[in-house]
Design a protein around this ligand. Sequence first.
Ligand code: KIV
Length: 410
Amino acid sequence: DREPPAPAKVRRPEYVPNRIADPNYVRIFDTTLRDGEQSPGASLTSKEKLDIARQLSKLGVDIIEAGFPAASKDDFEAVRMIAKEVGNAVDVDGYVPVICGLSRCNENDIRTAWEAVKYAKRPRIHTFIATSPIHMEYKLRKSKEQVIEIARNMVKFARSLGCDDVEFSPEDAGRSEREFLYQILGEVIKAGATTLNIPDTVGYTVPKEFGQLIADIKANTPGIENVIISTHCQNDLGLSTANTLAGACAGARQLEVTINGIGERAGNASLEEVVMTIKCCGERELGGLHTGINTRHISMTSTMVEEYTGLHVQPHKAIVGADGMLKHKGTYEIISPEDIGFERTNEAGIVLGKLSGRHALRRRLHELGYELEDEQLESVFWRFKAVAEQKKRVTDADLRALVSDEVFQP
Ligand code: KIV
């Protein structure tokens, strides 16, 4: 009974690696399990990754980047497990998410990624190499010509393994020279890339500039009409959602995001912000863009990622933050809590369950008039977890009983 209300039917265009039948359909590529997991302290067990992947599939993400298989044996196993299970769980509409593995541009990484994702019905290899002058000179120590050669050969190599869905990223595209980008992207298209992802790796661009970058790539790269253009925006200046949307307006039809915006440094563009902006403003301001996301699973997915990674969502975070949503009713509320799957209890509160974290518990207790010290909260939290395992829904009455057991009267 933790299932959100029945979703509105989501219509998805048929999946072909490099083609979208509906020109306004935007694919959502979730990289919580790869780039998100790179957040300091966010490491996840294989079992937790599988749970999150199942939840991302329910949420309706089009592509799940399940990990970086060559990075470690654990990562390899987690990606393989996800490819086998989630990558084959076809839903009633015949939809199954693409399962993607990241690899650097070398044969060992690419082969390892393929060995992990090949079990999925729709496997993808995502390979990347840096293209900015600073990265090529100091990290790769390679010339432009050498970088093009490697990229071309490695995309061909990925295709030669039998993978018909290959994504290529010119890392640090935000600081790369335009003419060089058009050239390398044109070459990897000829070599068989089906998606070109444009990362703003260091979160350096502003929306107008990033939108223009996507528009210029679209206008100047030979063969671009045969592939999907994608965005991958880091949040160092707090602009990742705005940059991602600017990219979509300029023609990107795949957006790379993470749940709660987790990721290295200031994180990545957040799925919930990007998707809810497209839902709220897609028709009005974004030329009719839409996604296949079942937004009613957003809240639960956010809570699961918060709980498993231990990375807490700030209370005023847009969309999924406690204050961002709950306190603004009526004239101040542009999204209803039910749209993202928050369920209200009879007492107009929020249903807590086994995936709820300390933050959600503290918030509800505060609303009920209880202010607990950290130590007290910890004690109530563990007993709350035990109740949640039994009951699935922990009501306000249960919470009052738990608190009064501890003699913390309001
Ligand atoms: O930020 C970045 O450049 C990346 C690429 C691998 C897509 O994560």
